[in-house]
Design a protein around this ligand. Sequence first.
Ligand code: HEM
Length: 244
Amino acid sequence: MASYFLNWLTSGPTSAPETEPTTATQPTNASVPTLTRHSPPPDDEGSDTETEQDHENDDSPPAFPSLNSAQRAKSQPSSIAPPNLLPKVLTDTQLMPPPPIPTKRLLNPPRTNTPGSLAVPLTTTKKPATKKREKVALAPGHSPMDWANLKTSGQDLRGTHTLMRITPSMLKQHNKRDDAWSAINNKVYNITPYLPYHPGGEKELMRSAGRDGTKLFALTHAWVNAEMMLDACLVGFLVPEPSS
Ligand code: HEM
C-alpha cells in the first residue's frame, strides 16, 4: 500500500509547465527533481507487437494523475513531499497493544460505603427489618363483600343508642372480643362485629382493642379507608380525660 502511494506521488509531470511555452520539451529548471516513473515505458509505442499476454503480466498500477491530464500539468513538483515527511505506516507489531484483562478484584469490587466509592450502597441491598405481614384465611361468608352487605343490612352494629364523648379510660374498658372498641383518627368504633371479617385476622385487630389504634393502623395499612369501612360501627369520639 505504501509503495503504491509513493509510486503515484513520485510520478510527476513529464511535460513542461504551461508558464514556459518555449521550444524546450523537457523542464530546464535545475531545481525540478528528476522523477522516476515506475510504469512501463512506452518503448513500443505505435507498434502492433503488444499482446494480451503483456497486459496480463503487467501488475504495476496506472499512473495517477493520468499522464497527459490537466491535473498532472497543473501540479507543482515542489508539492511532492520528501520520503522522510510522508506519513509513517505502522506494522502490526507497532500498533497500540490491547488493554489489559481486568483482574478479578475489579470485576467484583468490594461493597463498601466509603466516601467516593462507586460500589452499590449497602442500604439499598439490605432487606427491610419489618415483620412479614400475612393475610389470614377468612371463614366462609366473611369476605369484604359480605361485610359490605352486613353494613347495609340495617342490623345494629354499634351496640349503643347515641354517639358519645369517649375518654381513654372509658375506651380501655372495651378490650374483650365480645366487647371491643378502638379509636382511629379520634373516632371510636365498635370493632367486635368486624373481627371475623378483618383480612389481617382477629388477633391482629385485637391489638388495637381498648385503645387508640391510629398509629398501629397507619403503620400496617395507611391506604385502607377505615372511616368508610366502619361507619356503621361508630360509637363516638375520643376526647381527653377531664382535668380534676
Ligand atoms: C380497626 C380498623 C381496621 C380496619 C378497618 C382494617 C382493615 C383491613 C383491610 C381492609 C385489610 C386488607 C388490606 C389489603 O388487602 O390491602 C387489612 C389487612 C390487614 N390488617 Fe387491618 N384493619 C384494621 C385494623 C388493623 C390493625 C389495628 C392491625 C394490626 C394491629 C391490622 C393488621 C392487618 C394486617 C396484618 C393485615 C393483612 C396484611 C395486609 O393486607 O397487608 N389491621 N385490614
